[in-house]
Every structure is written in C-alpha cells, then in structure tokens.
Design a protein around this ligand. Structure first.
Ligand SMILES: *[C@@H]1O[C@H](CO)[C@@H](O)[C@H](O)[C@H]1NC(C)=O
Length: 279
C-alpha cells in the first residue's frame, strides 16, 4: 500500500466518528514511519523546502531526494553538461552547458587550440604548432621549397615552388642570370651581359657589321653585313650616288655632279668649249 493510499484510507476512516480511536492509532503509525527517515534526509528535505531557488531537488513522501531534470549527485548539486561534452576538457555550471578549459575549443571542447600565430600547423594538445607537410618554423610560416632549389639564390612562397632572386636563373636558381634586356650575351656572374661573337653594346643588341663597312654610310642588321644608307653604294658603302643623269661628273656627297676637267653644265654633258660659248 502506498503512502497516498494510506492517507486516503486515514481520511476516509477519520470521517467516521466511531473509528476515532483507530484513526488516532493510524496517525501515530504515520508519525513512526516519519521517524524512520534518516536525519540527513530530513534535513535535506527541510533545506529544499526553505531554499527552493538554490536547491535542485524535491523530496518525495518517503523523504527520498528526487533531482530536478539536468542535475545529479547525492544532493543534486552536480549539473549535467551538454551531451558529449568532453569529460576532461569541458565542464559546466548549469545543465546543458559545455564550457571549455583553457587550451580547448569546439562545441564539445574536443579540439585543442594551437599556438597563437600558428599558420600552417595543427595541435594534438593545447598551444602546439605541428607543421603540416611543406611548412617549417615555430609558427609554420616558412614553406619548404622544391628539392634542389638553391637555398640562398632561390626562395619560395608556397611549398614545392622555386623562384630565383635577382641575378639568378635556372630550374634550381644556381645559374647566373644576364642583365635584364641583354640580347645576345651570357654571364659568368649575376647581371653580366658578355656579348656573343658578332654583337656589341651594353645589351649586346648591336650587330657588328662587315669589317670595312663605312661607319657613317653603312649599317647592318646581322653581324658581317654591310647595307648602304640612301645616297651611298659599293661593297663598303663608301661611294656616293651622283646626281641622276650626271654624265662626266662625280660626287663627294650624294646627288652631286662635279664635272671632270673639260666638262660643264648641270649634268656635265657639255664640253667646256660649248659651255663657254653659251655663256
Ligand atoms: C636541380 O636539383 C635537382 C635535385 O638536386 C637535380 O636533380 C637537378 O639536376 C637540378 N637541376 C639543375 C638544372 O641544376
């Protein structure tokens, strides 16, 4: 018979005056029953009644502590954290919470926090910075360059890359690079421009013309050539073109028609005698 049934029975029987004595006895039994509840439970239940706001349990009729949802422990003083909350790295102050201890993060505090500033690394415990493949350094900020990349003449911005510093060239950046703009030249040291045969100039962009090619009246586009500027001719471009139609004359500069002795006229086609008689 449960307590409530018993109370119902008592109430019922007490309504009948004739059974007053029996009823009294029943009440006495109930008192006895209460005396059987251990003192600590009685105190606990007392406290729960007095401080409803701060205690997380109620007592049933037998004086047994019943925790409110979300609380556990002898006196229900331990909150039940969010389901899955890491038992080591998480904790809670109210039910359903999951607060992380220092160095941990995530909904369930299951993740470690890496070293602040860690760029390309991970952690297995708080404040570690274990570099991912291809990265180096305390904060995993330095990429590892391609194998073979010269360690002072080359550098990289991403793992496996190999870029050359100014003055260096080649797959591994171990070769010198010529001066920027160098056309037909090579180097033994960075930024040189040593001309190949047939070329000259700062950037080795000027071809060297045929040996006797006239310096002013000839030019070339390839080494060893000799092309003539307008008004000049000959293998070495040292002969001028006379005025068109010039017969008995020659030139020192293009388009001249300087008559030979005994000749006159614009085209030197008139004998000096003829010329004089005309004049
Ligand atoms: C670059 O370095 C790699 C690895 O050391 C080597 O096998 C390769 O021959 C080098 N290439 C050049 C062009 O120097």
């Amino acid at each position: 018979m449960s307590i409530t049934h018993l109370i119902q029975l008592i109430l019922l029987t007490c309504l009948l005056p004739l059974t007053g004595i029996w009823c009294h006895r029943r009440n006495y039994e109930l008192q006895q029953n209460k005396a059987a509840i251990p003192l600590w439970k009685q105190r606990a239940c007392e406290k729960a009644r007095k401080h409803k706001a701060s205690s997380h349990y109620i007592c049933d009729d037998r004086g047994d502590v019943k925790c409110l949802p979300g609380w556990q422990g002898d006196l229900c003083q331990v909150p039940m954290c969010r389901k899955g909350c890491d038992p080591m790295n998480g904790y809670c102050q109210r039910p359903g919470e999951c607060r992380c201890r220092i160095g941990y993060t995530g909904d369930l505090c299951e993740k470690c926090i890496p070293l602040p500033g860690c760029q390309h690394g991970d952690c297995t415990k708080p404040f570690e910075c274990l570099c991912r493949s291809g990265w180096l350094g305390l904060f995993c900020t330095e990429p590892t360059c391609r194998t073979g990349c010269h360690n002072t003449r080359g550098y990289c911005e991403a793992p496996g890359d190999c870029r050359c510093r100014l003055g260096w060239a080649g797959r591994n950046c171990s070769d010198c690079s010529v001066l920027p703009g160098c056309q037909h030249g090579t180097c033994n040291k960075p930024l040189e421009c040593n001309c190949l045969a047939g070329y000259t100039g700062l950037l080795c962009s000027t071809p060297i013309c045929a040996v006797n090619c006239h310096k002013q009246h000839g030019y070339c586009r390839k080494p060893g050539e000799c092309r003539c500027k307008v008004g000049w001719m000959g293998e070495n471009c040292d002969k001028c073109f006379p005025y068109p139609g010039c017969v008995n004359g020659d030139c020192e500069r293009p388009w001249e028609c300087n008559c030979k002795p005994g000749w006159g006229g614009l085209l030197c086609d008139e004998s000096e005698y003829e010329y004089r008689s005309k004049a």
